[in-house]
Write a protein that binds this ligand. Structure first.
Ligand code: 5AD
Length: 332
């Protein structure tokens, strides 16, 4: 067996040059994926945690270069769901059997912390975990939301390459994003981060930094996916070739962080028909089906072709790879 993979399996630690060697050498991919699958089984078992994703607003104040819902895109129909509608979608999902509701939106300040608190409190009357994915807010807002009962928060760093971060995120600031992540952790959220893979100008060197950042920050969840170029964004001509590299970053992340939660993201499946299954067999243990109604889901177009999950077929699909659906909330 490759000695670096062996080391990662035993020590859950690698140096930056070692991560770079694994990322560059494609002859070890099968062994890497299988090893990550073994570590996943050993530390977090065969249960897959399902998270019901509700995309409640696509009105965004930001202009991230890769994202289809960026403020300057005039070619999409914008929407905001009412608190009642959000709660209704959550309750439908809970009836289906979900144990986590993920409230995700573009960076839309229309929803004050107080408004979101009321929604969280209502949903938390049920036996469920609530995850937020609503972007950058102040410490005080994060605290109000935590006090309302939110359990987890997802905020990808997107890239730890500061120069690249600056190019892709006009009027945003890397330090503030780090501040947000630290605040969330300090407030007691299970905190998730992650990155995009295949960004123009992104190097293997910077992906190794991303992986080391996940480990150093001790994230509870890591969401990764390939860039899927959207025609109405500045990155429209980028190459959508990040799938295998994403799978490698996922597998190495699992080897270094054996007990965290790692989703098989929708972007992985969108770019490769087998992507979700491959991710689940290379270290992932979470799936996040979209439970937004079809009308709004199609308007939440951060990238094109977004694949949806057929809930009724999930159990059968998982069974084929000897996995089951978890019946608990699936904290780290
Ligand atoms: N392709 C793939 N992923 C994207 N995201 C945003 N735009 C794209 C795209 N074009 C990811 C970002 C964000 C998450 C919600 O979606 O990483 O954090």
């Amino acid at each position: 067996m490759n000695s670096l993979i062996q080391k990662a399996k035993e020590c859950h630690a690698l140096s930056k040059p070692e991560i770079i060697r694994l990322l560059e050498d494609n002859s070890i991919n099968e062994e890497l994926f299988q090893s990550a699958d073994k570590i996943r089984k050993q530390f977090v078992g065969d249960e897959i945690h399902l998270r019901a994703l509700i995309e409640f607003s696509n009105i965004c104040s930001r202009n991230c270069f890769y994202c289809g819902v960026r403020a300057e895109n005039k070619n999409i129909e914008r929407y905001r769901l009412t608190p009642d509608k959000i709660i209704q979608l959550a309750e439908n999902a809970l009836k289906t059997g979900y144990k986590t509701i993920v409230l995700q939106a573009a960076e839309d300040m229309y929803y004050t912390a107080e408004m979101l608190s009321d929604i969280i409190k209502e949903i938390k009357k049920n036996d469920t975990a609530v995850t937020l994915s609503i972007g950058e807010r102040s410490y005080d807002e994060y605290k109000i939301l935590k006090d309302a009962g939110a359990d987890r928060f997802l905020l990808r760093i997107e890239t730890t390459d500061k120069e690249l971060y600056k190019q892709l995120h006009p009027n945003m600031n890397f330090e503030n994003r780090i501040r947000c992540l630290k605040n969330l952790k300090e407030l007691g959220y299970e905190t998730g981060t992650g990155c995009l893979i295949g960004l123009p100008g992104q190097t293997i060197n910077s992906l190794a930094d991303d992986i080391l950042f996940f480990k150093e920050f001790d994230a509870d969840m890591i969401g990764l996916g390939p860039l899927i170029p959207h025609k109405d964004t500045p990155l429209k001509d980028a190459k959508p070739d990040g799938f295998w590299l994403s799978l490698k970053v996922l597998a190495i992340t699992r080897l270094l962080m054996p007990d965290i939660n790692i989703p098989a993201t929708t972007a992985m499946e969108t770019i490769n028909p087998e992507g979700r299954i491959l991710a689940l067999q290379s270290g992932a243990n979470v799936v996040m089906p979209n439970v937004t109604d079809e009308f709004h889901r199609s308007r939440y177009e951060i990238y094109p072709g977004k694949k949806s999950v057929d809930y009724t077929k999930l159990e059968e699909k998982f069974k084929q790879i000897n996995r089951t659906i978890s019946k608990n909330k699936g904290f780290r």
